[in-house]
Design a protein around this ligand. Sequence first.
Ligand code: PBG
Length: 351
Amino acid sequence: MSFPQIRMRRLRSSATMRRMVRETSLSVNDLVYPLFIRAGEGLKKPIASMTECFHFSPDLIADEAAEITSLGIPAVLLFGLPHKKDEHGSEAWSEEGPVQQAIRQIKKRTPDLLVITDVCLCEYTSTGHCGVIKDDARSQRGMGFQPLNRRQDADAAGASSPKVDNDATLELLAKMALSHAQAGADIVAPSDMMDGRVRAIRDVLERNGFKDVVILSYAAKFASAFYGPFRDAAESAPAFGDRKSYQMDSANPREAIREIELDIEEGADMVMVKPALPYLDVIRRARERFDCPLAAYNVSGEYMMLNAAADAGLIDRDAAMMEVLTSIKRAGADIILTYFAKKAARLLGQM
Ligand code: PBG
């Protein structure tokens, strides 16, 4: 049977009908809101590269957490901007680091809001890399610390990929994750792409009695041009070279499956694909293969691309936002990390 017995438009005839037959529904429960915590006091400062995002000092984060909680958003993801950087990123595991302080403030005020922490050294190292650099690499290639133009994409053609020392970095990441757990984090989220880091973190958490701390692994994280606005916001652009020797090549979905499989074996409770929009196929493949909670990160470049188009009057911001978030859910993500979380939660609340 076909037309006119079958008319597909019957099922689209009213808003109520469309609502009833809708196959994918986005919920506030799916959303995680990322926050940038800067060392200092009395600070709430707009971030130039990211619409409606702020740098907060730890003493001002509790109000923001209360607002996020009142919107029904279940979790925040914390990034830290330390007072000082060094080659090993040692502020990353300081008890008085911005993230550690912020966790305590949030937990005091809104204990039910889940706190996820980003575990990666790039905001803490003077090199801007996600781990420690092998000494020989810099001298061999004659790479100094001349900062790239911030706005310039660090992955620009011709940039070299320095050697980040995998095994030496594991210990530092484990210390960082442990300090987050000690401060009260519910979930630690390693985003560095070192091999073996999930096992290293799981071991240190177990040994120190943090059996219930969840690991959300940025399992399939691609070397992406879409991190640009974030690197300005987090002051984490590499001082030389790019991240291609540790983050994944954008052309490799099968390799993404291997990465995810290994992280689950090493003890990850949840896994992530990042970025989201250019990798919806990877999200779909991961959904079909694995039954653990699957997250996707709608990253800064995806966020600002949409905002730039809306600012230029080219697209409807809210409608485009909902379409994008629905596409990530439809691809198979259970959890969406997005700078749109508050805006989307407000809209969902009105529906
Ligand atoms: C840290 C990290 C990055 C992002 C999240 N964690 C930057 C990077 O890998 O360069 C990007 C998030 C975004 O763009 O919104 N490694």
